[in-house]
Design a protein around this ligand. Sequence first.
Ligand SMILES: [Zn+2]
Length: 361
Amino acid sequence: MRDLATLPKAHLHLHFTGSMRLETLIELASSARTRLPSNFLDGDPLRVPADRRGWFRFQRAYDTARALVRTEEVMCRIVLEAALDDAAEGSRRLEIQVDPTSYAPFVGGITPALEIILDAAKQATTLSGVEVAVIVAASRMRHPLDARTLARLAVRYAGDQPGEVIGFGLSNDERAGQTSSWERAFAIARRGGLASMPHGGELLGPDHLREVVSCLGPTRLGHGVRAGEDPALLDAIVASGISLEVCPASNVSLGVYHSPDDVPLRTLMSHGAQIALSADDPLLFQSRLVDQYEIARALGCDDAELAELARGSIRACLASPTTKRAWLAEVDAWLAAPDQVPGAQSDCPEASDLESRAVAR
Ligand SMILES: [Zn+2]
């Protein structure tokens, strides 16, 4: 079993506040003299049943964390720490999503809020070696007209370089509002050159997914995992070239599936879905990027299949074709390198020499 932290990959579903390190949150809460909900401090991931009122507990916890992000300095720190954590886990590319509306009151408006994130993404790219691009995400909890305003703002900063806006998303409770209400906002974003990356198919099933696909024209679906319940829909999604940002720990923490064993990753893979395993909100779920690959391994994926999942994440990202080719070659090199027996790794050159001589004999 090869080391999954060295497997080159891309991280395509990570929320700005949800990416925060727990130590950072504790420090911010202490400075602001704010008491954190116990679920941040009890060492257990937040677990709530999404099909009941549990989602609101998740949302309250998220809102508590978000309310502590009030300065440019903190915003830059969150992006940099997310990139550094990704770098330590073999990520070559982070596409982080943010709704700048939430931070606008503290930094002089929605435009400065977005510019702070974009500048931070550029700087984090330089400091971490991980390409950091930005997805501007509207919220289902706000009026669809706000989403149009946000889409127009996002288009002004559209580009294909790190530190630029590459996509437009729609996050928060999938059950809120009519998906068609956001059609115009996504049309503005797509006309402006942004990829469509809405959430869909985590809390709600195939009917909802059909609506998201037909109204919002996704390039990638945030989650989409519930497509596993409808083989014809899943095949149609795969045939349309829509990638799935699958976040197993999030699914389990939100009660969509009882345990990681129930996440239909294998079903999605067997239908040829292009999958980008992602962490979603590690601050709340206490499970980062490599943990998602560990879950896939526990579901029976061997190293060749895990490499293919990593290739899927790279193919599904919006980096340049040349860069993606280079990363795909790195995945091939990871897989071609000798397998390691866990616990048998040694830093001692003599021992390594002995092992290789033994193999040669
Ligand atoms: Zn999400």
